[in-house]
Design a protein around this ligand. Structure first.
Ligand SMILES: Nc1ncnc2c1ncn2[C@@H]1O[C@H](COP(=O)(O)OP(=O)(O)OP(=O)(O)O)[C@@H](O)[C@H]1O
Ligand SMILES: [Mg+2]
Length: 449
């Protein structure tokens, strides 16, 4: 689409020559003779305004804030007749993008116009992207009305409004820790700043350190150039440290220093650098337990554990399953253009009975698959056949040639179930398809505590 420029000048000859010159660049030009006309025309949408200082009904300087109100993004270039510095300064202070002096050098003006137009289109794109991110990560995209979720969401809202404090997000895999940290960022005062993230378990120690803190040229063999770390890249925004529980003790100490002093050094550097970031750390481990076992520094734990969002597993909020089901069914039905209206009762029952070890992620994938498979207008149990099969898998288990040790297998399954549910016997029993007495009996039998 052609770019468009509004030329505001009371001199016909100026309007005409600018019009002609910019038209050569393929730019669409409209003209206004007065401030009043400029205000009337600007709402049509322009990429640039060229503005004369002296107009019949007002001055260009006075007009700038009025035009800004109509379109906050449009750049304005002042065309000043007198070459005095005051007018130029006043124009820039009023918010002009640039100024040029008369008599106009039309080639220079065309170049300047191209530059200004490029700036606006970028500014508009960024604004659109930011608006998209903010609406994509609104709290209403975190589905759940169970008490546990309501509580978690209310806390996230409060945290978003407290712009600087460090946050810890905990929850099993797939409970929405990523989603929660983005929601906090995009609903905070920092939303226009960057959101940067790293998975602490994905890199060896030395690499993770230089990713976080950056390095100076020559800090190690591969350091051919200086590199900014995540904390510098995230300045003014949020740094999300995923899987913090896997961080080595040495880096934990360095992170603690950074959190306490808000300053750090690049690897191989001698200067203390200061940045303004909010750190959100996430883990699917029980950090308190890790502290007890000696794998996680106690002081860092207390530093992180000031504001903690605990995301419940899907098993702990079975009541949210109809809502979540409806939400994802609708989303995928739209995406795949299928006329699906919801989930029938037996299917819902199946979904509420399944233990969802992969939580919302697994749930979402199951709905996506079901929507793809579904032939009717409602998702039925048949569309979730893989879940039903998963539940009945043990019956299909084929005895290996060499036989098995039934006792060991049973013990291992009980231990796994208890680990997965963090020792909750009722939930572990549910995972195994037995009742509480039956699991208690086995815990005793195998001498599990
Ligand atoms: N409450 C929720 N409402 C809607 N979608 C959710 C919710 N919780 C999680 N999801 C979706 O489930 C998927 C997994 O969420 P996310 O990646 O945030 O989990 P996670 O806790 O970070 O998992 P992991 O520990 O594996 O990194 C994403 O597609 C996310 O959008
Ligand atoms: Mg995650």
């Amino acid at each position: 689409m052609a770019h468009s420029v509004l030329v505001v000048d009371d001199e016909k000859l100026i309007r005409w020559s600018v019009h002609e010159r910019l038209a050569q660049e393929g730019i669409h030009v409209e003209e206004a003779e007065t401030g009043g006309q400029a205000r009337e025309t600007l709402p049509d949408g322009f990429d640039l305004v060229l503005l004369d200082v002296n107009l019949p009904d007002t001055t260009g300087i006075e007009l700038i804030p009025q035009l800004r109100e109509i379109d906050p993004d449009v750049p304005i270039i002042m065309m000043t007749g007198d070459a005095s510095a005051e007018t130029a300064v006043a124009a820039m202070q009023a918010g002009a993008f640039h100024y040029c002096t008369k008599p106009l050098n039309l080639d220079e003006l065309a170049l300047l116009a191209a530059k200004a137009i490029e700036t606006t289109s970028m500014r508009r794109q960024v604004r659109q992207l930011q608006a998209k991110s903010a609406s994509d990560y609104g709290f209403d995209h975190i589905v759940g009305s169970s008490p546990a979720m309501q509580q978690a969401k209310a806390l996230m809202g409060k945290i978003a409004r407290a712009p600087a404090s460090t946050v810890l997000v905990t929850g099993e895999s797939g409970t929405g820790k990523d989603l929660a940290s983005k929601a906090i960022h995009y609903n905070s005062e920092r939303r226009e700043g960057p959101f940067v993230n790293i998975t602490c378990s994905a890199l060896p120690d030395a690499l993770l350190e230089s990713e976080l803190f950056g390095h100076e040229k020559g800090a190690f063999t591969d350091a051919r150039a200086q590199k900014k770390g995540l904390f510098e890249q995230g300045d003014g925004g949020t740094v999300f440290l995923d899987e913090i529980g896997e961080m080595s003790p040495i880096l934990q100490a360095k992170l603690l220093r950074f959190l306490e002093e808000k300053q750090f050094r690049r690897v191989g550097g001698n200067n203390d650098l200061k940045v303004d970031v909010r750190v959100i750390a996430a883990t699917n481990r029980d950090l308190k337990d890790e502290v007890k076992k000696g794998g996680f520094r106690e002081d860092l734990f207390y530093r992180l554990n000031v504001l903690t969002v605990e995301l419940p597993s899907l098993r702990e909020r079975v009541g949210d399953i109809p809502l979540l089901g409806e939400y994802f069914a609708q989303r995928f039905a739209e995406e795949f253009r299928k006329p699906i209206r919801g989930i029938d009762k037996p299917a819902l029952k199946l979904l509420q009975e399944y233990p969802w070890p992969g939580n919302v992620r697994e749930f979402r994938n199951a709905i996506e698959r079901a929507v793809l498979l579904c032939e009717g207008e409602q998702l039925t149990a048949a569309d979730f056949s893989n879940l039903a099969k998963g539940a009945g898998l043990s019956a299909d288990f084929e005895l290996p040639q060499g036989g098995i040790k039934l006792d060991e297998l049973e013990r291992s399954l009980v231990v796994q179930a208890l680990e997965r549910t963090k020792g909750n016997q009722t939930q572990a029993a549910k995972l195994l398809g037995i009742n509480r007495d039956q699991i208690r009996y086995r815990i005793e039998k195998f001498g599990l505590k």
